[in-house]
Design a protein around this ligand. Sequence first.
Ligand SMILES: [Zn+2]
Length: 256
Amino acid sequence: MRSPLFAVLSGVLASLLFAGTAAAGTSGFPPVLTDNKVYKTGAMELKECEEQPVQRDSLDGAKVYLEFVLDCLNRSWSKQLAKAKIPFVKPKFAIVSKPGQPVGKCGKFPAGAQALYCPPERKMTVLLDPYILSEPTELFLMEVVAHEYGHHIQELTGMLDVVDRVKGKSKKRIYDESRRIELQAECFSASFIGSVWHSLGRRDFDFKYIVKVAQAGFDDGIHGKPANIAYWLQKGFDAESPNACNTFAAPKARVS
Ligand SMILES: [Zn+2]
């Protein structure tokens, strides 16, 4: 895929970046971030996910594809949260065909993003533009949805709330939290993909390619260095479990 992965990762960012106001910063993270029950839920149990074939340049085909992936994600993560007795609700889901289209309480779909998650509405929105529809068979579309779903899990487990609502943080702190949130969403995404991998009938190269594209990206300061994005993708994929995704307890070098 030619697209830089960072474009995929935008979303929750806007609310993170503008949440801080006055007062002093805090140090350390609360238990909801460092010791969340989701890190103890073990291997993701859903092992089967049927990918629908998608024709090139077919908006309807890509929509159907995403709905099937979303169904897999719902089934997989609902089991996972049940293990931790965390109430589960499905995320809402919408498609836009170009940036600038309204996405409810989160304003307008930002230019440069491939998808976003809007916490107040618990809704993910995916951009299906001609560019992404031109290469629909890449694993890219699944990764995009699974990443935004990762933010939904962060919302349901109380993590986004904490990150969002502590006021008075320094810019440095906000960026640090943003990277941990984004890298964790990558790890959650790859955990899911890893867990259903053998049912997808894909070549190993397809996932390696996602990692490679991440490695070839650039550092925007809020999503993590390319090497770290690749690291958390691989870690989640190999573990097939959110247990591997505690970015809030990770050494700084892994979330830089
Ligand atoms: Zn994200």
